[in-house]
Ligand binder design. Structure first.
Ligand code: SIN
Ligand code: FE
Length: 310
């Protein structure tokens, strides 16, 4: 697994037979950790979750699963419930079982991929994504002027308005479960530092007390840090910037059906252009627990700003 020190995110492909073989060991795991921490994407074609006959209706084009507001169905350990599913859906239990199964299978894959380092990642939300991205209409109960924020067909690094990350990173595993063999199509972009440098001068510092007040008024579930403030601004400025969207370095990637890919989505610039039926598991890890913490967006931004971003 060789790569240049910086630049465009690369797709590192591991054959599933290698990944599942007895020979997969410490050297491969270290290389996988290095690739992910360098903001590459690790793809394992042929690695997919186990499905049962109870899952079949979830993949029928005639089945409407989502509530028409959300694009995904989410199992959230923080809110302790499933959201996004149509009210009174007869498939609630089947979706829940699929999400619980996906969570435990991804936890096992992560420990296999990264060895002991994989145990430092904590599983958070699990999503099922049954809606075709290409034909998705307006998402969420948001004003038209804010809709761009939820438009994941635009290049971005992940940052959440209500869920500040602080010292933690966002790591995600995706599996393309498309039953008709259709790929999930992404764009991946330039490296995180170039993205940050493009906008950093335009982002004001938070006002004194601003971040605590947002928490008090429940704009955020818990206190946003200066780091989160910058990440959210980068996310919004990038999505609104047509020049960046159209002309910054980017490559098209097709993730085949029955494949699984792993990446830090807070530093890999990505956009999801097309695809239908995927599962996704979010993990969090403190940047301090990385093998090379200096590769984190937290430390990159602190270096560029020259101050701690607490
Ligand atoms: C995203 O994280 O922006 C969307 C990815 C996807 O659904 O494939
Ligand atoms: Fe994203």
């Amino acid at each position: 697994m060789n790569r240049e020190a910086s630049g465009m995110a690369k797709i590192i492909t591991i054959p599933v037979s290698t990944f599942l073989s007895d020979g997969w060991g410490a050297t491969d795991q270290s290389a996988a950790i290095a690739a992910l921490e360098e903001s590459d994407v690790v793809l394992v074609p042929g690695l997919t979750m186990s499905l049962t006959s109870a899952d079949e209706p979830l993949f029928a084009s005639s089945t409407v699963l989502t509530d028409g507001v959300n694009k995904n169905i989410t199992l959230d350990p923080y809110l302790e419930k499933i959201t996004g599913i149509a009210a009174n859906s007869q498939y609630r239990s089947a979706v829940e079982q699929l999400l619980i199964r996906y969570k435990s299978e991804t936890e096992a894959w992560l420990v296999r991929l990264l060895g002991e380092q994989g145990r430092k990642f904590e599983a958070r939300r699990t999503t099922f994504r049954p809606v075709e991205i290409r034909s998705r209409e307006k998402i969420g109960k948001v004003a038209e002027t804010k809709a761009y924020r939820y438009d994941d067909t635009r290049l971005h690094a992940d940052a959440f308005k209500r869920r500040p990350m602080g010292a933690r990173r966002i790591f995600r595993i995706f599996s393309n479960l498309n039953p008709d063999g259709k790929p999930r199509v992404w764009k991946v972009g330039d490296d995180f530092e170039a993205y940050a440098k493009r906008y950093l001068d335009r982002i004001r510092s938070p006002y004194p007390g601003e971040l605590s007040l947002k928490n008090l008024f429940r704009v955020t579930h818990w206190r946003r840090t200066h780091y989160d403030h910058i990440m959210l601004n980068l996310h919004d400025l990038g999505k609104l910037d047509e020049e960046f969207q159209n002309n910054s370095p980017q490559t098209l990637v097709e993730f085949p059906a029955n494949s699984t890919w792993f990446c830090f989505t807070d530093s890999v610039l990505h956009a999801a252009l097309a695809g239908c039926y995927a599962a996704e598991q979010t993990f969090e890890i403190s940047y301090r627990d990385m093998v090379s913490p200096e590769r984190s967006p937290q430390m990159t931004l602190e270096r560029l700003k020259g101050v701690p971003l607490l």
